[in-house]
Design a protein around this ligand. Sequence first.
Ligand SMILES: C[S@@+](CC[C@H](N)C(=O)[O-])C[C@H]1O[C@@H](n2cnc3c(N)ncnc32)[C@H](O)[C@@H]1O
Length: 207
Amino acid sequence: MAEHYFTRKPESTSRTAELAVELRGHRLRFLTDAGVFSRRDVDAGTRLLIDTMEPQSGQRILDLGCGYGPVGLAAAVLAGPDSSVLMVDVNERAVRLAEENAKRNGVHNVLAIVSDGFASVAGSFDWILTNPPIRVGKAVLYAWVEASPAYLRPGGTMLMVIRTKQGAKSMADQFARVFPETDTIAKREGYRVLLGRARASAGSESE
Ligand SMILES: C[S@@+](CC[C@H](N)C(=O)[O-])C[C@H]1O[C@@H](n2cnc3c(N)ncnc32)[C@H](O)[C@@H]1O
């Protein structure tokens, strides 16, 4: 049976490939491998998420389900060395590649760790960025959305890219149940980027 890309320990024979891509005007090189999502090119949904995010200097960013690292590394480059990016994935091969790709691109403000969803994530973030593993099913992904406010700083933002035909509408409803502010901020090539913003700090409403 074909191995899912979200297997914890891919057994598939390693078949590394190298990609050189331009993301938000930055040339980045990625080592990819069999058993890891979108090994032949940066996925169209991933690109839309990268084109939409606005990480800033000094911010903390979480890349949830990082794969070989395109979202987290692009965020680290865009936000600059005063930001910090945590990249997590359940797939150990993906995490090793994300680490290696940070080195290859001379990006030092990132850390890649194995984590099942938020299980090994500590602290809070200005951005949670995710191109989620749709095949794990709605229940798991809804739980990620529900858990996310606890990992966001006041006013922090979750961005999720999702195929319009793979449940974007019902996921938008889940965002609306969880976040005080939600929007669909981009649409391209059959993908949408959903935004959920955490409540700003107490007292900010009267400021
Ligand atoms: C659609 S891929 C996106 C990968 C990468 N962010 C990109 O855009 O190329 C989803 C990722 O989620 C990871 N994943 C699946 N289940 C997970 C879980 N329970 N916890 C963390 N990551 C998971 C997969 O291994 C995969 O790398």
